[in-house]
Ligand binder design. Structure first.
Ligand SMILES: NC(=O)c1ccc[n+]([C@@H]2O[C@H](COP(=O)([O-])OP(=O)(O)OC[C@H]3O[C@@H](n4cnc5c(N)ncnc54)[C@H](OP(=O)(O)O)[C@@H]3O)[C@@H](O)[C@H]2O)c1
Length: 307
């Protein structure tokens, strides 16, 4: 099988294009997917550098990537709701790290997949799952965002942030985002009511009044300032720093969840959720895709395409 893989942790130079990867096993609950596009996320860089090796079993050679859109190739005997030829997308996190999405064939646990939204291309659908689910679960479960809430989204122009601001707008919120000035027009076009420059001093000092909910995608100084940004610290969620729990807010770790993927797909098909692709790379240039994401200034998403 053709794919990108690495045999040791390190920089993007460890990523190799290989034609000799073993074909993945198809267990009873597995959906084997032929990949069209694989979204790239900061966690792919973290795993490649070895930062998560204490949290999950890692088995070399590792194929990077957790996001995917593609076509069902085969299904295990327990799968009845998907069949070869179906178009799907999903966030393929398992409890171990080995069979990632930057390869021709990927074994997917059934719960990690949903049908691809009709309005999205494969590249767009492959860029949506991990970041979209993070934004959706943080806003709906941790922050309970609803009509009329004033919601502050940090890092609003990035992968998670750009989905978060659109979902918050769709939930009826008044959305405030932080970004550098080059991204302010991009965010206003997506319905963000107020845009703040994160380099222009503490965000709390730039707000006219405290907000109802804060989604932190930065950690560090932005999170330390959060108690001054919000009316009630219980409505601060961070996806970066678990220390938010000690502050009285809530740490969010994204889950693969078919229902939530379907909800993201429904929003996309209803025109409420757009996927902004900053750059699409062919599979053999996956190392460049990783480097671009590692730089920390992507507007929207980076994706690797196979077809
Ligand atoms: N816990 C979880 O389950 C979970 C899930 C997903 C992601 N995460 C984490 O969440 C973080 C964000 O992920 P992501 O995919 O959204 O990142 P990303 O796409 O790489 O973020 C890039 C964006 O960040 C902006 N940015 C950089 N520094 C900023 C700052 N100080 N303030 C505001 N914006 C800033 C950049 O805009 P400018 O060019 O304008 O600076 C760029 O648009 C990462 O640490 C990731 O690992 C955690």
């Amino acid at each position: 099988m053709r794919g990108i893989a690495y045999d040791r942790f390190g920089g993007s130079e460890v990523l190799e294009l290989r034609d000799d990867l073993p074909e993945p096993p198809v267990g009873p609950d597995t959906v084997l997917v032929r990949t069209h596009a694989a979204g790239v996320n900061p966690v792919d860089v973290g795993i490649r550098e070895g930062h998560l090796s204490g949290f999950f079993p890692h088995r070399f050679p590792i194929v990077p990537g957790w996001d995917l859109a593609g076509t069902v190739e085969a299904v295990g005997p327990a799968i009845h709701d998907l069949a070869p030829g179906d178009e799907v997308f999903g966030y393929l996190r398992r409890d171990d790290v080995q069979w990632g999405t930057a390869a021709e064939l990927v074994p997917a646990p059934q719960r990690c997949l949903a049908r691809k939204p009709e309005s999205l291309s494969f590249a767009e659908a492959g860029a949506l799952p991990l970041a979209g689910l993070t934004a959706y679960q943080a806003l709906t479960e941790a922050l309970d965002v609803g009509e009329g809430d004033r919601v502050l989204v940090h890092r609003a122009a990035g992968g998670v942030g750009f989905f978060a601001v659109q979902i918050a707008v769709a939930l009826g919120a008044h959305v405030i985002g932080t970004a550098s000035p080059r991204n302010h027009g991009f965010l206003r076009d997506a319905g963000v009511a107020e845009v703040l420059d994160y380099a222009a001093g503490p965000v709390s000092a730039q707000l006219s009044e405290p907000v109802d909910a804060v989604l932190d995608l930065n950690g560090g100084d932005a999170l330390a300032d959060a108690p001054q940004q919000v009316r009630d610290v219980a409505r601060v969620a961070s996806v970066v720093d678990p220390a938010v729990n000690e502050m009285g807010g809530r740490y969010v770790f994204v889950r693969p969840e078919r229902h939530d993927l379907e909800e993201l797909g429904r929003m996309a098909d209803a025109g409420q959720l757009r996927v902004a692709i900053a750059k699409a790379f062919p599979l053999e240039r996956t190392a460049e895709a990783h480097d671009l994401v590692a730089g920390g200034h992507v507007r929207g998403k980076v994706v690797v395409t196979l077809r």
